[in-house]
Write a protein that binds this ligand. Structure first.
Ligand SMILES: [Zn+2]
Length: 330
């Protein structure tokens, strides 16, 4: 009996150590070398786009190509809801070509695309979008649940926000979601928040950006995402995050946080837009809101960041910039 007990204790500790290791494990991390010899970094952000070119997706893509050329972009960020209405049916779903490869054809867009998943992506075969097979057939594509892209000056933390939203788990639900790899959801979220907190604390980048599909703050159709206001926002505020970038609401918007320097930027206007409703509840800090289609550019110099929103014709509809000194080496 004594032997059995000792073995059980050892097994318990091994499991414990193993689990602890998993809990403190870091998010997948990619190093991205910048294009510019001047040390600048620039990228485009588009969200909520995959509709086989319809609802002006192709027109937005065309303008992205032009602005991408002008800025000599390093990469593109997709804020999710990549394929409508119900994600991909599998790795071989032709929607991948019809809504991505055959749409974003400009030379300047032949760069790495870093993508997160949206709620619509979870309605299909969610693992198809994460599959290395898609990266083989179009090497621009990189979609993971949560990960980090480091460019030294700027570190970007991609967060899988759909599992935070409680209404998607309501039973019965209007839609079915592919929650493989997410359940039990409480554990998934706790681990993600813990990994994010650890990575943000360790970051020595001058600029820290967090990207998710759902807005923390929005005056668009869906409004603020309360689960993110409660669980994610305090971590961003405590770790000097500069920008939180999202999609989900099919609009372009800019809201400033009232408790920190965080700028909330929505770029979810890659195709269907013009919903025509504005959330009136919380208008604090709203700098800009545009209901129509378009996209955003972000440009960094060592001490400066500038964001620009463009409409479907490539016209600038909003600009904002700020500067700060790099963190002193410790
Ligand atoms: Zn969405």
């Amino acid at each position: 009996m004594a032997l059995v007990s000792t073995t059980s204790i050892v097994l318990f500790f091994l499991l414990f150590i193993n689990t602890s290791h998993i809990i403190i494990a870091e998010l997948p991390r990619f190093e991205h070398k910048r294009n510019g010899e001047d040390g600048s970094l620039s990228f485009l952000v588009v969200g909520d786009w995959g509709r086989r070119g319809e609802y002006n997706q192709s027109r937005v893509a065309h303008q992205m190509g032009i602005i991408g050329e002008e800025l000599d972009i390093d990469f593109v960020i997709s804020t999710g809801d990549n394929f409508y209405d119900n994600g991909l049916t599998g790795e071989k779903d032709p929607a991948f070509f019809e809504s991505f490869s055959n749409i974003y054809t400009a030379n300047s867009l032949q760069k790495q695309w870093y993508s997160v998943l949206g709620n619509h992506d979870y309605r299909g075969d969610v693992e198809a979008q994460l599959s290395p097979y898609l990266r083989q057939i179009d090497n621009r594509w990189l979609c993971l649940r949560s990960f980090i892209v480091n460019t030294e000056m700027v570190e970007i933390f991609f967060v899988d926000t759909s599992p935070f939203v409680r209404e998607y788990f309501d039973i019965p639900n209007e839609h079915s979601y592919d929650w493989r790899g997410v359940l039990p959801v409480k554990r998934y979220i706790n681990k993600l928040l813990s990994d994010l907190k650890t990575s943000l604390k360790k970051s020595t980048a001058t600029w820290k950006i967090v990207v998710g599909h759902h807005a923390i703050r929005s005056v668009g159709h869906h409004g603020d995402t309360q689960e993110l206001v409660h669980h994610l926002l305090p971590i961003l505020q405590a770790n000097d995050v500069d920008l939180y970038i999202n999609g989900h609401d099919h609009c372009l918007e800019h809201i400033s946080d009232d408790k920190s320097d965080i700028q909330f930027l929505t770029s979810g206007a890659g195709s269907k837009a013009w919903r025509g409703d504005v959330e009136e509840v919380n208008k604090d800090g709203v700098k800009f809101f545009y209901d129509g289609q378009g996209f955003m550019s972000v440009q960094f110099l060592e001490t400066e960041v500038g964001i620009v929103f463009y409409d479907v014709s490539g016209q600038v509809v909003h600009r904002w910039s700020t500067s700060k000194q790099p963190l002193a080496a410790s």
